[in-house]
Design a protein around this ligand. Structure first.
Ligand code: SF4
Length: 163
């Protein structure tokens, strides 16, 4: 599907498949990491130039955009220059959903990371009880057969959407 939808990648675009990203913070006690399906271009000095692209099957989910914003944050921490564009490419429909990287995008990703870290700390060390929050991820959850909340959520969606 990718080959059908995309022009051949030229070496001068500096394409990198499955590009790993990592940022070690707080004396290596916190590690942010991710893997982008495809990157194209690169920064020119302090000028943003890289495009991060994830290939997706199925439909849009807000987590796809959140993932790319997270990768943009790691890239910025890693080399000091953000990527210029983020894009999810939906192979089934041949549709591109892109977003220009801005300070607000990076700020949003940063706040999400902080909220995630706070949630981990409160769950593991402060006795906060975990709460099941069903969503699209229930479809792939390895324990969804045993999870009444997730199964009910999926059943409700099936009724509404005809899944
Ligand atoms: S199936 Fe249950 S445990 Fe899995 S993601 Fe859904 S709500 Fe969470």
């Amino acid at each position: 599907m990718f080959l059908e939808c995309f022009p051949p990648l030229e070496p001068r675009w500096r394409p990198v498949a499955e590009s790993r990203l990592r940022a070690d913070l707080c004396n290596d006690r916190i590690v942010l990491r991710g893997k982008v399906d495809l990157t194209v271009g690169r920064a020119d000095g302090l000028r943003a130039g890289k495009v991060l692209l994830d290939l997706k099957t199925g439909g849009f989910a807000t987590s796809h955009r959140d993932d790319l914003r997270f990768y943009a944050l790691i890239e910025t921490l890693r080399i000091g220059v953000p990527p210029r564009l983020l894009a999810s490419y939906y192979l089934d429909g041949g549709r591109l959903q892109d977003e220009t990287v801005s300070v607000a995008v990076l700020q949003t990703a940063l706040e999400r990371v902080v909220q995630g870290a706070e949630a981990i700390v409160s769950l593991r060390h402060e006795g906060r009880p975990p709460v099941l929050k069903p969503g699209a991820a229930c479809r792939w959850c390895p324990i969804h057969d045993e999870c009444d909340v997730g199964r009910q959520w999926l059943a409700d969606r099936a009724d509404e959407d005809g899944w």
